[in-house]
Write a protein that binds this ligand. Structure first.
Ligand SMILES: [Fe+2]
Length: 190
């Protein structure tokens, strides 16, 4: 059976492999001057505020990867990607593009995504990462303690190249939540 992770990876690979008019939009690759820290939502977005920080690293020394493209997207607090089409994850209302800074760091503020309506799918945030010389990474983060996370996902999350990662959230000092998610990149040619 083709897993949902593989399907997502194949779909994204097809998009990235077809440059042409509109490429910069459809490829889900950040502009070269994209910031390392962004807000995915306005301050009036319904839901619990959330900040994710992390570093992209590679190799046993965990060397930072600077200038990597990160595209993140998610549903709103009600589990909806787009008001016009709730499941249209190709055109999510809440999304953003980042580039890691010279120390490999990235950060974004947003709100905690909800479960898809009428499902038991855990709230999650999708990542697509492209960095020259490294294998693309496509995965999603879910949040520790969410009872909707299937046991298989928890097992899958053990590897650093998995399609899913479990992030521990803490209460932020000003309210809301914060978490850290570092990402391991592997060279295209080991
Ligand atoms: Fe999703």
């Amino acid at each position: 059976m083709t897993s949902r992770w593989n399907k997502a990876r194949i779909a994204a690979a097809l998009v990235v492999a077809l440059p042409g008019p509109g490429w910069a939009q459809s490829s889900k690759v950040a502009r070269s001057d994209a910031p390392a820290t962004i807000a995915l939502t306005g301050s009036d977005e319904p839901g619990a505020s959330l900040r994710i920080d992390g570093v992209l690293v590679t190799g046993p020394a965990r060397t930072p990867v600077a200038g990597a493209s990160i595209y993140v997207y998610q549903t709103d607090a009600g589990g909806v990607y787009n008001p016009a089409n709730p499941r249209d994850s190709d055109h999510p209302r809440i999304h953003g593009y980042l580039r890691t800074d010279r120390l490999g760091r990235y950060a974004f503020t947003t709100i905690r995504p909800g479960s898809y309506p009428n499902t038991t799918n855990p709230g999650h945030i999708h990542y697509q990462i492209v960095a020259p010389g490294y294998r693309d990474r496509i995965f999603e983060i879910v949040f520790e303690g969410d009872s909707l996370i299937p046991a298989q996902w928890l097992r899958d999350a053990a590897g650093d190249q998995s399609g899913v990662a479990v992030v521990r959230l803490e209460r932020a000092s000003g309210g809301g939540w914060r978490g850290v998610h570092d990402v391991v990149l592997r060279p295209e040619r080991p």
